[in-house]
Ligand binder design. Structure first.
Ligand SMILES: *Cc1c(COP(=O)(O)O)cnc(C)c1O
Ligand SMILES: [Zn+2]
Length: 428
């Protein structure tokens, strides 16, 4: 029926490894099913594990024997069976960024290049987990409310899993993101409104239809996928934890689970240090509710109306904003935002120095990194990992007017030399 495949060389989950879903606020434990809100206190649910059991079965060697994808960390993921929706997501390059580091004044800068996932953003991580779990729970329809990248990822994973897809997007999404989802032939619904309107509508639909909304009723499973961004970086750094990480915040799901991932490594004994990195969150000034709350010295994140070119981060009412601020405090991290021109500059700087073309969210990350170094909040000797979460080919309009047009010439050497002026060209 489906085109799902076996996860190579990983044993099935031991019974008891997953304790269920647990409320982040009151600790109430729920069965391991499609639910996301605590019935007692309306707090968010997250997956709870038995770490002693996992520690007994996981090792650096068992992970190294796994596939070169996020499924190598399966023991720390909320999957019960053996069948996974495998799009070969994850295990993306961790690049030592000496050129960019030199420009910014950092001696130990690394980039996690998640632009090269199957649908060109980090969203393939949470969706790999959510689509697999949706099949395990017997759903036939995979759905989501998307700021753009999630649309393409859900559509692709539904195609791979042989499921129907219903995808809700704001109608003003970038053309490349609409086309990049449409090609997988989902039911694509463009809502006249912003993401927060789309999300509200999707929540209502999720109450009525038996669909697996990856970031609503399956959110506890979906969000766990982002932990692999921490696992991979630690493994790629020889099972050590960096001093600081910089990552973008939209709803705050990725940011908070990145932190959960680093914490779990210590809990199951994969890294020696109990330390987690300084967590640095990046937003676009035009949609920065989490940064605004931190600047005002409160945990009370006030919704905003987004107005920024960083559409993938344009969530005005971030579900995990409160927890993001807590984590920043707890880890002595930072929160900062940059303007649209600074985002474009960040995209250009990354491309010029490291040959990586990021979408606007990557410009936000690099822009914030630069801003915090200038402000003296990041030390030149700190080991820093910046997460580049989406591919520049998805947001071409953001940079279209900021690149040089090609030099047009007739097909002759004379015409080339007249136009090119080789004397002015300095290849050094
Ligand atoms: C979705 C997204 C994020 C982060 O989203 P969260 O809702 O905070 O998890 C970051 N970068 C890109 C490119 C995204 O598409
Ligand atoms: Zn509760």
């Amino acid at each position: 029926m489906t085109s799902t495949v076996q996860a190579p060389s990983t044993p099935p989950a031991a019974s008891g490894r997953i304790r269920g879903l647990q409320c982040r606020e009151c600790g109430e434990l729920y069965p391991f099913e499609a639910r996301h809100v605590c019935e007692m206190c309306f707090g968010p649910l997250e997956v709870a594990y038995d770490y002693a059991l996992i520690a007994a079965r996981i090792s650096r060697a068992s992970i190294a024997a796994g596939p070169p994808t996020l499924w190598r960390y399966r023991d720390l993921l909320p999957i019960e069976g053996e069948r996974v929706v495998d799009t070969r997501t994850g295990f993306t390059p961790l690049v030592k960024a000496d050129n960019l580091g030199k420009v910014l004044g950092l001696r130990n800068l690394w980039l996690k290049n998640d632009t090269v996932n199957p649908t060109f953003s980090f969203k393939d991580r949470p969706v790999s987990i959510a689509s697999t779990r949706a099949l395990e729970l017997g759903f036939e329809v995979l759905a989501c409310a998307s700021t753009g990248n999630l649309a393409g990822s859900v559509a692709a994973h539904a195609a791979k899993a042989g499921m129907q897809a219903c995808i809700f997007i704001p109608s003003d999404l970038e053309p490349a993101k609409i086309l990049g989802a449409s090609i997988y032939e989902p039911n694509l619904i463009a809502v006249d409104g912003n993401y927060d309107d789309v999300n509200r509508l999707s929540s209502e639909i999720a109450d009525v239809y038996p669909w697996a909304f990856v970031n609503i009723n399956l959110r506890p499973y979906y969000s766990e996928g982002s932990k692999t961004l921490a696992f991979e970086v630690a493994e790629q750094l020889g099972w050590t934890v960096p001093d600081a990480v910089v990552a973008p915040i939209a709803s705050g799901s990725m940011f908070t689970k990145l932190h959960k991932g680093f914490s779990e490594l210590a809990k199951v004994g994969l890294v020696d240090s109990q330390r987690t990195p300084r967590m640095i969150g990046a937003q676009a000034e035009g949609c920065s509710p989490v940064v605004q709350a931190a600047r005002a010295g409160t945990y009370d994140v006030q919704p905003v109306r987004p107005n920024t070119i960083a559409k993938s981060l344009a969530i005005g009412n971030p579900a995990d904003g409160y927890y993001a601020i807590k984590i920043v405090e707890q880890t002595n991290g930072a929160l900062e935002a940059v303007t649209d021109p600074e985002i474009v500059e960040g995209i250009q700087l990354l491309a010029r120095t490291e040959g990586i073309f990021a979408e606007t969210a990557g410009g936000v990350t690099i822009g914030v990194l630069k801003k915090l170094i200038t402000a003296g909040e990041i030390d030149p000797d700190e080991q820093v990992v910046a997460y580049i979460t989406g591919n520049g080919l998805k947001t071409l309009d953001a940079v279209a007017e900021h690149v040089n047009a090609p030099l047009r010439v007739a097909p002759s050497l004379a015409a080339f030399e007249a136009a090119f002026k080789p004397a002015a060209f300095n290849p050094g």
